[in-house]
Design a protein around this ligand. Structure first.
Ligand SMILES: Cc1cc2nc3c(=O)[nH]c(=O)nc-3n(C[C@H](O)[C@H](O)[C@H](O)COP(=O)(O)O)c2cc1C
Length: 242
């Protein structure tokens, strides 16, 4: 679909962000001001505040972005399995994939998001690129390699190479757009946020740290995944480590 190709082309980072500021410059003021909408002339009702927190509330409150990772920390296979098991799996397979559901909502249950993981430093799992097979709950090894320098460069961030792993979320828009046409693109963006939040909260709950990463070179990641000539687009990265 032409609209989809244009959307991804026109929102590539190189045009939007990289040209505006170099990494050593200070951010301009309008990037630092945080705005709050208020209705000062209307009556306001103060809401209650709480000190007690259950595990879910604590996890939500404690999640924050980390950019300092211990290079020596190797992510273990048990944590990885749990991360995928609780964030993205088919809950009611019953022998067929029709009417299946996952731990996040999906417009029309079309499930357009694919998930990959790049292991930088793993226990019981080799460095390299893996695809998460949601149907089988398995990691499919695409290739073994050390890609820390590659990601450091394409994300323009030194700290990336110290993470233990990097999750790459891609989308295959046609799965959703075939049903919802161009409006489907909105649904895909909502949905990737749901999955990413699942990943960040479960990771926090497993004692891992994360950072959401939207700034990267689309073309280079697509090439890395070998999806550059297909209708699959990389959308979001999440770093994992301690
Ligand atoms: C869509 C999105 C894209 C982001 N992209 C980046 C990024 O490219 N690099 C980075 O260091 N942080 C990135 N972040 C993290 C934000 O900077 C961070 O969430 C924000 O400063 C608030 O801090 P907190 O996550 O600790 O609450 C991104 C966050 C979101 C939601």
């Amino acid at each position: 679909m032409k609209f989809l190709r244009q959307f991804f082309k026109q929102t590539n980072i190189k045009q939007e962000y990289n040209n505006k500021i170099s990494i050593d410059e200070e951010y301009p003021k309008d990037w630092l001001d945080i705005h709050f909408k208020m209705y000062p002339r209307f009556n306001s009702i103060k809401l209650k505040k709480y000190n007690d927190t259950n595990l879910l509330q604590k996890t939500v409150l404690e999640r924050r972005s980390f950019r300092e990772f211990n290079k020596k920390y190797a992510i273990d296979f048990d944590k990885l399995s749990k991360l995928f098991f609780y964030t993205n799996r088919i809950k009611n397979k019953n022998g067929n994939s029709l009417n299946s559901r996952r731990p996040y909502p999906s417009a029309g249950a079309r499930f357009p998001i694919e998930q990959y993981i790049v292991i930088f430093n793993g226990q019981d799992i080799k460095q390299g690129l893996y695809h998460f097979n949601v149907y089988d709950h398995s990691l499919e090894k695409i290739r073994e390699e050390d890609s820390r320098l590659f990601f450091k460069e394409i994300c323009n961030s030194d700290w990336i190479s110290n993470c233990s792993a990097l999750i790459i979320l891609t989308c295959i828009p046609l799965r959703t757009c075939i049903k919802y046409n161009n409006r489907g693109i909105r649904y895909i963006l909502f949905e990737i946020g749901h999955i990413a939040q699942n990943i960040m909260l479960i990771a926090e709950n497993l004692g891992l740290h994360t950072c959401a990463i939207g700034g990267f070179d689309d073309k280079k990641i697509a090439k890395y995944l070998k999806c550059n000539k297909t209708d699959e687009y990389p959308l979001y990265l999440i770093s994992l480590g301690k």
